[in-house]
Design a protein around this ligand. Structure first.
Ligand SMILES: [Zn+2]
Length: 112
């Protein structure tokens, strides 16, 4: 086999195959031949503390949120059930009891 890629860690050309892995004999680096490229990585939503959020999670607000176009404020500590994660500046779609449908920023919530 002469068409193996060079070692991504040290650029050695002496790469060899070991099952599904490619191995570098010079620096002992092992990697997967069909590793998925980084651009295929899925977006990860994180709350104010860096916890990963998922569709259907319950969260609480860590900050008072003013509602655009009204004087109402959603208070810090308000619980929000069954969030839906979306792309955008406001990246959480949800419904808040007493307020209706709402979009929030993940940085202003924490996982309940
Ligand atoms: Zn190497």
């Amino acid at each position: 086999m002469s068409n193996l890629p060079p070692c991504p860690a040290c650029n050695s050309e002496f790469t060899y195959e070991d099952g599904d892995l490619l191995v570098c004999p010079e620096c002992s680096h092992e990697w997967s031949r069909d590793a998925t490229p980084a651009q295929d990585e899925q977006r990860v939503w994180k709350d104010a503390h860096g916890n990963v959020l998922q569709d259907g999670d319950s969260v609480t607000l860590v900050k008072d949120l003013k509602i655009k176009g009204s004087s109402a404020v959603i208070k810090v500590g308000t619980k929000v059930k069954s969030i839906r994660l979306i792309d955008g500046d406001h990246d959480i779609d949800c419904r808040i009891d007493g307020f209706g449908p709402m979009q929030l920023k993940s940085e202003f919530v924490k996982k309940a």
